[in-house]
Design a protein around this ligand. Structure first.
Ligand code: 5RP
Length: 241
């Protein structure tokens, strides 16, 4: 009998489907989060069973540590240079496969890694699929210096774009300010509905002090949505010629 919860069964189903796409010789980016944990475990199983020769880069220290414990060799992204495929989770997925990511605080390395990959495949449970992005908080990674002025810039941007928002929260973990793998902090933006993600992404990227934001637009080409019964739905992004 399975000890996994329905949500974990769904995550595992999506992870298995993604790992089935991996071929011998590939250079892979390993995502971060609870769904990515399943993916790394399934990948380690295939490597052990089939002797796959892979080159692996991790999107966070947590993932690198987890992969290492499972006997997978993880290299720095720069040692590999370019990746064939990155498999990562998401906090929200819209019909165009635009994403909110960064719930686990790894958005910067995740975006750099996905952008250095020929393909990005998203793994998730059905709860992540939305019509419009924005119910989940939007993480924005910022430099500690001038944090309050960066916050004011962001607030003005949201007001100028007519986005209703609640006070943005400086992310905490274990009663301390959360610090990313790159030594920055995260402001979580509570927006109800991001009606123009591209405009918001451009505005955030233009603010000094903002290092990166959790909008991943036009990056994922396939989302594998698992269900507790083990089935998987494929969502594909229409790519215009
Ligand atoms: C981490 C992320 C994760 O991929 C995202 O938060 C989804 O995590 P989970 O699979 O645990 O729901 O972006 O920064």
């Amino acid at each position: 009998m399975s000890e996994l919860s329905p949500a974990d069964l769904a995550k595992d189903a999506s992870a298995r489907a993604a790992v089935a796409l991996v071929q011998d010789g590939m250079r892979l980016g390993l995502g971060t989060g609870s769904t990515a944990v399943f993916m790394v475990e399934r990948l380690a199983e295939r490597v052990r069973a089939e002797g796959l020769r892979l080159r692996l880069a991790a999107t966070s220290r947590a993932t690198a540590d987890h992969a290492g414990r499972l006997g997978l060799k993880v290299e720095e992204l720069d040692e590999i240079g370019w990746l064939d495929l990155t498999i990562d989770g998401a906090d929200e997925i819209d019909p165009d496969l635009n994403l909110i990511k960064g719930g686990g605080g790894a958005l910067l390395r995740e975006k750099i890694t996905a952008a250095a990959s020929d393909r990005m495949v998203v793994i998730a449970d059905p709860g992540k699929v939305v019509e419009t992005l924005g119910a989940f908080h939007l993480p924005v990674e910022v430099i500690g210096f001038g944090l309050e002025t960066t916050r004011i810039h962001i607030q003005r941007l949201l007001d100028a774009q007519g986005l209703s928002h609640r006070p943005m929260l400086l992310r905490q973990r274990d009663d301390k300010v959360f610090c990313t793998d790159e030594g920055h902090v995260i402001l979580d933006l509570s927006l109800e509905n991001i009606h123009d993600p591209a405009r918001l992404a451009a505005g955030l990227a233009a603010i000094p002090g903002v290092v990166e934001h959790g909008l991943f637009l036009g990056m994922a080409e396939l989302a594998l949505i698992g269900s507790p019964d083990g089935s998987v739905i494929e969502l594909r992004r229409e790519v215009s010629e």
